[in-house]
Design a protein around this ligand. Structure first.
Ligand SMILES: Nc1ncnc2c1ncn2[C@@H]1O[C@H](COP(=O)(O)OP(=O)(O)O)[C@@H](O)[C@H]1O
Ligand SMILES: N[C@@H](CCC(=O)OP(=O)(O)O)C(=O)O
Length: 377
């Protein structure tokens, strides 16, 4: 695919029929870190404009913790996970109430979707959330998505909503992703540094990553900093979706294709969205080590991983969990969803399908990772 010009990418964003907009906590809060209803209202005004022009809009909004900590009497965002989860449970209701009222000014309905990485990686839940989002969009509703902070376990939570927004963009087959934060653009280095310069256009986010200095630390209220935003732009780019990153005050102009913020060109044609979730949504729970023949087959991209080529299994996981597929030297070859629990696999290692059937029964004659659930790295 040839690289589009910056103007092409901005035009594609302006013409988007379905758009996912992600807003970070830092864009919804005032200097005290508390939710600022005026900032929320002006964001909603910009989104309502594109919605009323006929676009389908999904909003991925952080801000539950920011909305909740004041109500619970804390001076600042709590640091420990349990208190954050409790605070999100209190704040999420208030956040939705504010959105409900704010969108109602334009006669637009909103619907809440709370997602964890863990359940959406499984095929049935993945399809359910996809179907719900599609239906909401068909009904003219603006779905408002956040991580289900109170359920997410510490190890596999998204934490920030940046990656989640790119995965949602993929899930709803969006034509554009808009990342709104507290800086007006991506800079060559954290904007606090005197030599940093604004970057208007990133034609290939994968190549560009090495040249940009970013910090992982977010603002006082945000979490991921610029690292997770670039990761989101990368996931969008490899999904064939153009992205723009800017501050919330620029939401309207960014959606209209005006020259604000930083735009990221798509670098691939649109691929399978389910595979992308396997590749990016959740951290693997274990590893299946394969011999050189199986490594070659997996690298080829079209084969399932059969027990015959597997030599070792590490970690404790259940069927359906994400796992690494490694070669014997320890290099990661692929990520996939395991077809069996980790404790069932040792007896299967090195056996071909006929042997598996004869010694263990028909239920063990399937691949350790089916090719539809395998993403080569
Ligand atoms: N190269 C860079 N360009 C722009 N911003 C950067 C860069 N490196 C780090 N940052 C910081 O990332 C912060 C945004 O991240 P974060 O606070 O997590 O936002 P949000 O709450 O919107 O997700 C900005 O305030 C900025 O200081
Ligand atoms: N799910 C959390 C998001 C945490 C967060 O701060 O994310 P972000 O502002 O996107 O870096 C919340 O609603 O508070």
């Amino acid at each position: 695919m040839s690289t589009p010009s910056q103007a092409d990418v901005r035009r594609a964003i302006a013409a988007a029929q379905t758009v996912v907009v992600k807003v970070g906590s830092s864009s919804l809060t005032g200097p005290s870190g508390h939710l600022d209803p005026e900032r929320l209202d002006s964001l909603v005004t910009a989104l309502a404009q594109v919605r009323l022009m006929g676009a389908r809009v999904v909003l991925v909004s952080s801000g539950a913790i920011a909305a909740g900590f004041g109500l619970l009497g804390f001076d600042s965002r709590p640091a420990d996970v349990a208190t954050q989860q409790a605070t999100a449970a209190v704040g999420q209701g208030l956040l939705m109430a504010r959105y409900e009222t704010s969108f109602a000014r334009y006669g637009i309905r909103v619907g809440q979707i709370l997602i964890t990485a863990e359940d959406t990686i499984r095929a049935t839940q993945y399809r359910n959330v996809q179907r719900t989002l599609e239906r909401l969009l068909d009904l003219g509703v603006v779905p408002i998505v956040n991580e289900n902070d109170s359920l997410a376990s510490n190890e596999i939570r998204f934490g920030d909503n940046d990656r989640l927004s790119a995965l949602i963009a993929n899930l709803v087959r969006a034509d554009a992703l808009v990342l709104l934060t507290d800086v007006d653009a991506l800079y060559t280095a954290p904007p606090s540094q005197p030599d940093s310069r604004r970057i208007a256009y990133v034609p290939n986010v994968i190549d560009a990553l090495g040249d940009i200095r970013v910090s992982g630390a977010g603002s006082k209220v945000g979490t991921g900093g610029m690292v997770t935003k670039l990761e989101a732009a990368r996931v969008a780019a490899v999904s064939g979706i153009p992205a723009v990153l800017t501050c919330a005050a620029n939401a309207g102009p960014a959606l209209m294709g005006d020259p604000v913020g930083t735009v990221f060109a798509p670098v691939k044609q649109r691929g399978s969205s389910r595979r992308l979730w396997i590749g990016f949504a959740a951290e693997p729970r274990g590893t299946i080590v394969v011999d050189s023949g199986a490594a070659q087959a997996v690298r080829g991209g079209r084969a399932s991983l059969l027990a015959a080529g597997a030599v070792e299994v590490r970690g404790a996981f259940s069927a359906g969990d994400p796992v690494w597929v490694d070669d014997e030297a320890g290099a990661h070859l692929a990520r996939g969803l395991a077809g069996y629990d980790s404790e069932e696999i040792p007896q299967m290692l090195g056996r071909n399908t006929a042997q598996l059937k004869r010694f263990l029964g028909d239920q063990y004659a399937h691949p350790l990772v089916h090719r539809d659930n395998l993403v080569v790295l």
